[in-house]
Design a protein around this ligand. Structure first.
Ligand code: MIG
Length: 793
């Protein structure tokens, strides 16, 4: 399709229309919506007509935002200025380029290339060019390989199974499973902005790759439509971005436990053995994933009757040992007429599968060979798909793992590994009232499958929190599903990459994420696996997984030393569950990621901008995993002004900023910020083995002798927390001028935790003190004790 190429000429007219300002440049128009003091939406209609909102991605209309005060100032000959309490947006009268400034000091935050106009080209593609100041750093872009900062890279948003090379993706890979057109631009000390490109077609961010200093944003079609999110700090940017695209509702607490997977565990006897091995060896774990071989001939929503004669019985027996079962689902439905395969028959009868522009069914090859693909853009298809999960839930399956939903499709029968193909761009998709093409909805294929699944699970079990895991997704995927980073490899380089990859996902709104612990492809070795579990035990989503042709990779597969290391870190993960769960609650409320790059908190410090190999877990804990073979020491940077740092293992304060940490094989360098109280539980083999009957308060004072920690609690499984059935206990330590130390617990909220002891431990220990065991916490959870800091506890 060709259209007239267009750029903007001279500004002719400015109109204010409610919360919008419309700029007319001849036939083309620019609309700026003022959604808050720090959130603007910018749209260009090159033919003057703005497109109606599509219902699938961003869920709010501009009119959903409460009105804010702003002014339009037209007295400058060069630009028109929109002023909010925090921002100024200048629209150049010539060619419509933008400049965003901080209203307080007129500092430039974002600037279009001067003297250039946003453009529509003859092929319908759209372009905007932004200046990249030398001291600006770029993050986010969803799920990306290589290191943390993205200057000099070019990133396409087009959901893809990146299997073009021998070992799938590597540091140079562009397109990945997730397509999240969002980035954050940051300058040390000054902060920065976030930009969400509200376009579901193929989009590209060229971050100074083609032309140094120039950020080029491009969309294949649709509208040039983006949100500018001012921070200035990263936390505020992420908070506003997730207010826009949604946040992760609290998952069931068990989903925070350790997951064990492999392609594939079958038949059921092997799964029983697996569960028993974990329990016999006292290795904490609680979720077992069933990969594609549980199905009958890879037909989704079926069970192989020989391998799994009685799934309900299996799930019940596993549940009795504390194990939850998650089953994989692929979107490709076997083309299987006249065979009483209900999923195919219903889909065909109701015309639920994607057709090509010529009306023929689209076919492709996936695991079940010849397959057809549900059109998840249609609401009736989503409802059907969601309801298909009834049988799995009735059998006792607790979570759904959505794989291959980019969607990944081959041109030849599977096993021959032909070319990867796609549903044709012009294939019609979506409800009749909102008809679209595959080109517009490709990036939403997995996202809308996940939405279908999530909504189905909510309907089928209204009081239960769903657990979903997905490979593909679009901006907002965090509302429906956890994400794993697909088929990584058992390479040290991939362990290193896991940190920045998860950190950038977190900045892109997706916090409930993890990598395949140990690497998916390839064998790796004992040392790599051990180092990976040390890090993976602290990922928000923690799962060991591996490909079908790899040697065993269960925690005991590598011999006794590694098994001992696995036990140490899995036990530690379970001790940290109360802490992790509290972070999940924060994430559900503010979007704050669990795993954060150092710059998230220390953006005033230029030294954190490129630091990819150490991360924060919440604001209190710093992880500095070893990711090099044979290395027993590694460099760690401890930013100043953080309240001081403590070694988690020894409890000793650390004075150095540049630390050479000693990290033998079984040691994950772990640091705690002064001023923190970690709220830990006892070791458990699985999260609901028993209630939290002993709470440890691990106290690390800052320079003023103060510390604070929080514990969020609810029933861990139901939707009751949405109705207010939760509580939050804040623990505070202060040191009074007379040297007395006061520890106070204050609880808010109606949820009543089980009775428990509280163990109080200062780090480093007070003279001659062991842990102090406080009386049982009273029902209200409010108490106070005063200690004389001079006397032993
Ligand atoms: O074509 O279901 O990323 O985790 O084990 C491979 C088999 C299909 C890809 C997933 C991987 C899973 C595998 N799947």
């Amino acid at each position: 399709m060709t259209v007239e190429s267009r750029v903007l000429g001279q500004l002719e007219r400015v109109d204010r229309n409610g919360q919008q300002v419309i700029f007319e440049f001849g036939p083309s128009r620019l609309a700026v919506a003022i959604l808050s003091d720090q959130l603007l939406r910018v749209r260009y209609a090159f033919d003057g007509q703005f497109k109606p909102r599509r219902s699938w991605a961003v869920t709010q209309d501009d009119s959903d935002y409460p009105a804010v005060h702003f002014e339009v100032v037209e007295d400058n000959p060069v630009f028109v200025e929109i002023r909010t309490a925090r921002l100024k947006l200048r629209v150049r009268r010539d060619k419509g380029g933008l400049e965003l400034l901080d209203a307080a000091d007129d500092r430039l935050i974002m600037q279009d290339l001067p003297a250039y106009s946003p453009e529509r080209r003859p092929d319908g593609s759209l372009q905007s060019l932004k200046v990249m100041p030398d001291d600006e750093f770029y993050y986010g872009f969803g799920e990306r390989t290589s290191l943390l900062e993205k200057r000099g890279r070019r990133y396409t948003c087009w959901t893809t199974d990146p299997v073009d090379t021998d070992l799938d993706h590597g540091p140079g890979t562009d397109m990945m499973y997730q397509a999240i057109p969002f980035y954050m631009a940051l300058r040390p000390r000054l902060g920065g902005y976030g930009l969400f490109f509200n376009n579901t077609y193929k989009t590209v961010f060229d971050v100074g790759y083609k032309q140094p200093g120039l950020l080029e944003m491009e969309a294949a079609s649709g509208e040039l439509d983006y949100y500018l999110i001012y921070g200035p700090d990263p936390a505020a940017i992420v908070r506003r971005y997730t207010a826009l695209t949604g946040r992760t509702p609290l998952p069931p607490r068990w989903a925070l436990g350790y997951h064990q997977s492999r392609w594939s565990y079958f038949p059921e006897g092997r799964i029983r053995e697996l569960a028993e091995s974990f329990r016999a060896r006292r290795l904490p774990a609680e979720v077992i994933h069933l990969d594609i071989d549980y199905m009958q001939g890879y037909r989704v929503f079926t069970w192989d009757a020989e391998r799994f004669p009685d799934p309900a019985r299996l799930c019940a027996d596993l549940a009795a040992q504390g194990f939850k079962v998650v089953t994989i689902i692929d979107p490709g439905v076997k083309y299987d007429p006249h065979n009483n395969y209900r999923v195919f028959d219903e889909g065909e009868k109701n015309d639920y599968f994607v057709r090509k522009a010529d009306g023929e069914l689209f076919h492709g090859y996936v695991w079940p060979d010849d397959s057809v693909f549900p059109d998840f853009v249609r609401s009736d298809v989503r409802e059907w798909w969601g309801d298909l999960h009834r049988g799995l839930l009735e059998a006792g399956v607790r979570g759904i793992w959505n794989d291959m939903n980019e969607p990944a499709i081959a041109s030849t029968p599977f096993g021959e590994w032909g070319l990867h193909i796609q549903i044709p761009d012009d294939a019609p998709q979506g409800d009749e009232a909102e008809r679209a093409t595959h080109a517009e909805t490709h990036n939403l294929y997995g996202y809308l499958e996940d939405r279908a699944t999530y909504e189905g699970l909510r309907r089928l079990q209204p009081d239960t929190r769903p657990f979903l895991l997905t490979r593909a997704g679009y901006a907002g995927i965090q509302r429906y599903s956890a994400v794993w980073t697909g088929d990584n490899s058992a390479l040290w380089e991939h362990l290193e990459m896991a940190m920045p990859q998860l950190a950038n996902l977190g900045l892109s709104g997706v916090s409930f994420a993890g990598t395949d612990i140990g690497g998916f492809w390839g064998a790796g070795g004992a040392e790599l696996w051990a180092r990976w579990i040390e890090f993976g035990a602290f990922s928000a989503f923690s799962r060991g997984h591996s490909a079908l042709d790899t040697p065993p990779k269960e925690p005991w597969a590598w011999g006794e030393t590694v098994e001992r290391i696995a036990r140490k870190y899995l036990e530690l993960r379970y001790r940290f569950l109360p802490f992790l769960y509290t972070l999940f609650e924060e994430n559900s409320r503010t979007g704050a990621p669990l795993l954060r790059p150092m710059l998230y908190q220390f953006w005033h410090d230029p030294a954190t901008m490129l630091l990819h190999d150490q991360v924060m877990l919440g604001q209190a804990l710093l992880l500095a995993p070893v990711y090099r073979p044979g290395a027993e020491r590694r460099y760690v940077y401890l930013p100043q002004g953080a309240g001081g740092w403590y070694d988690f293992w020894s409890g000793e304060p650390i004075e150095e900023t540049h630390l050479l940490a000693h990290a033998p094989f079984d040691h994950l360098p772990l640091y705690v910020r002064g001023g923190s109280i970690l709220t830990l539980g006892p070791v458990m083999q699985y999260s609901d083995e028993r209630p939290l009957d002993l709470l440890s308060l691990e106290i690390y004072l800052d320079e003023r002798g103060q510390a604070e920690g929080e514990l969020y609690e609810d029933d861990g499984t139901s939707q009751a927390y949405q109705r207010g059935e939760s509580c939050r206990t804040t623990y505070t330590v202060t040191t009074e001028p007379d040297g007395m130390i006061r520890l106070t617990a204050r609880r808010a909220g109606v949820f009543q935790p089980a009775p428990r002891g509280v163990e109080i431990r200062f780090h480093p220990p007070r003279p001659r003190s062991g842990p102090l065991l406080h009386r049982l916490e009273d029902d209200a959870g409010n108490w106070q004790i005063t200690l004389d800091s001079a006397t032993p506890l």
